[in-house]
Ligand binder design. Structure first.
Ligand code: SF4
Ligand code: SF4
Length: 331
């Protein structure tokens, strides 16, 4: 039987649908807060395996044409992307477990972490952490060498820029780790800041973390403003809210809601409104239980960023070197 190596793990992941895969040793999480530390989910963790699939460029076209918001929601977030990625995860975990190791899947969090989400759950066992320990997706991707943070806080890879979503599993198999990404993708052009209809991205306030000898940085983001806009409550980005509530006025710059408040507010409004709900579900009379979707279409942090990167010769060369795009010619 072939030896279990990182190379074999990556081959199986890619053969089963993963676009990207990187491996981090657990030592790269030594400074992670306890509530995001993999050892608090699986104490025997030796390696953290991070996979990604690309969000296809065409996913945004319906929003750009103001005609279809469901495509990005389904194919950029839902089964359209996580179906394939889930298959790659399952098959790769089966491979690793067939060698006698354990694998523990963690959904991770893109946006908020337990300490940012009051009220926290109480521990279910005395002396333990609350029961919502979750890895930070993007920091895990950085630790696995897949790329770097953009100023927008969206993760950037040399293959797809800001267009991908991740899955993670932990294992007690000691796999050869990938080196940290040493290149620079983000040009600090601040076009994401200019284009974000939620005015959620700071131009000046910087956040940074260090993993081994590499510093990763991004701009501060107001998650409440982002969520309100993403959920379609911000009339600057939503063609629906004024149709539902003609008298609606929301000055996004004055909003101080937390992510959770914005999340709950957006959901409460959407289940009683025809247009936002229609957009998300595709059924006019869905009624209770509907939910809003990504109405802003990540216009600043993903769409604009990728449009900028596509015009950047250095990025296109980097992209071409990855072999993902055969036609990544200069424009
Ligand atoms: S648009 Fe992209 S490349 Fe430009 S600053 Fe924002 S994240 Fe960086
Ligand atoms: S998801 Fe929308 S509101 Fe949030 S940062 Fe991106 S462009 Fe701005």
């Amino acid at each position: 039987m072939e030896k279990l190596t990182s190379e074999l793990v990556k081959r199986v992941a890619k053969e089963n649908g993963a676009d990207l895969i990187g491996i981090a040793p657990v030592s790269r999480f030594k400074d992670a807060p306890p509530e995001t530390n993999p050892l608090n989910i699986y104490p025997k963790t030796k390696s953290i395996v991070v996979m990604a699939n690309r969000i296809l460029e065409g996913s945004y076209k319906g929003i750009q044409e103001n005609t279809d918001w469901s495509s990005y929601w389904i194919y950029g977030y839902g089964t359209g992307i996580y179906g394939t990625l889930g298959n790659a995860m399952t098959m790769t975990r089966q491979l690793v477990e067939s060698y006698g190791y354990e694998t523990v899947s963690s959904p991770g969090s893109h946006t908020i972490l337990p300490h940012e989400a009051p009220p926290g759950r109480p521990p279910v066992v005395e002396g333990k952490l609350p029961s919502n320990v979750v890895l930070h997706m993007r920091i895990s991707a950085a630790a696995a060498g897949l790329g770097e943070f953009g100023w927008s806080k969206v993760f950037l890879t040399p293959e797809f820029g800001p267009r991908q979503r991740f899955e993670i599993f932990l294992t007690d198999a000691e796999l050869e780790p990938d080196p940290l990404f040493k290149g620079r993708i983000c040009t600090k052009c601040m076009k994401c800041v200019d284009a974000c209809p939620g005015h959620a991205l700071s131009r000046t306030e910087r956040v940074s973390i260090k993993i081994e000898d590499r510093e990763f940085e991004w701009g501060a983001i107001d998650l409440g403003k982002c969520k309100l806009t993403h959920w379609g409550m911000n009339e600057l980005a939503s063609p629906f809210i004024k149709k539902d509530v003609p008298g609606w006025k929301m000055n996004i710059d004055e909003q101080t809601m937390t992510w959770f408040e914005a999340y709950n507010f957006g959901r409460a409004v959407s289940v009683r409104s025809k247009y936002i709900n229609t957009m998300a579900t595709g059924f006019e009379e869905m009624g209770q239980g509907g939910r809003p979707g990504p109405i802003c279409g990540a216009y600043g942090c993903i769409e604009t960023c990728y449009a900028v990167l596509k015009k950047n010769r250095k990025f296109r060369e980097m992209q071409k070197e990855t072999g993902v795009y055969q036609d990544a010619d200069e424009e």
